[in-house]
Design a protein around this ligand. Structure first.
Ligand code: FMN
Length: 198
């Protein structure tokens, strides 16, 4: 890939909130997960843990997504214009019909600082955002599940894992993905005050 194509790819990435119901083949999901795991990580601990949810379990998750909306809606009601607020509410109720949800956890232990552990997982998630693009998929990274973190841990059965019992597993975000069924405008970037050259 030439550099111009790479920068064009970055620019074309947008969060997708409306999907076709078509299933994503497992081999495509494998490639996306592998792309995530190409990311750098603090001390190369590769402390990401991914839990992939599809089918009936994905349908069951919708009631949790709806619950997570309750913790967010008041802030968004003040920020968004009514049509966008309604669209976002619908997204939380349906996840835009996305057939796949990948929950990203970090495994935090004393061998690596907390913040670099968290950062490593988000680097993997960004790789996965870009891999979705090249696979013709769309995705949306969601922090909303953190509103109901311990309920999500139980729903996924993570609370039964030894690492979780030791307090080492932490939910960071969900990545919903599928084949895009809309093409929203690119969210504008604000450059003021973001970079300081010394
Ligand atoms: C850590 C993180 C958490 C996010 N959480 C949500 C979310 O809960 N719901 C949602 O609709 N979008 C969520 N987003 C997507 C952002 O709203 C989106 O990235 C931002 O508005 C810029 O738009 P773009 O991704 O289309 O460039 C999240 C993004 C990140 C990186």
């Amino acid at each position: 890939m030439r550099s111009a194509e790479f920068y064009q790819l970055l620019e074309s990435r947008k969060s997708i909130r409306k999907y076709k119901p078509d299933a994503v083949p497992p081999e495509v999901l494998e490639r996306i997960l592998m792309a995530g795991m190409q990311a750098p990580s603090g001390k190369n601990r590769q402390n990401w843990r991914f839990f992939v949810v599809t089918g009936a379990k994905r349908d069951e998750y919708l009631k949790y997504s709806q619950k997570s909306w309750l913790g967010i809606k008041d802030v968004l009601a003040k920020k968004l214009k009514p049509s966008l607020y309604q669209f976002t509410e619908r997204f939380f109720y349906t996840l835009g019909d996305a057939p796949v949800i990948i929950f990203a956890y970090s495994h935090n232990d004393n061998e690596e600082r907390y913040h670099t552990s968290i950062g490593s997982v988000y680097m993997a998630v960004e790789n996965m955002n870009l891999a979705c693009l090249v696979e013709g998929l769309g995705c949306c990274t969601m922090g909303a599940p953190l509103e109901i973190k311990s309920e999500v841990d139980k729903f996924l059965g993570i609370d039964q894992l030894e690492e979780y019992k030791k307090g080492e597993l932490e939910l960071l975000c969900a990545l919903v993905c599928g084949y895009p069924d809309h093409s929203p405008p690119k969210a504008p970037r604000q450059l003021d005050g973001r970079v300081t050259w010394l």
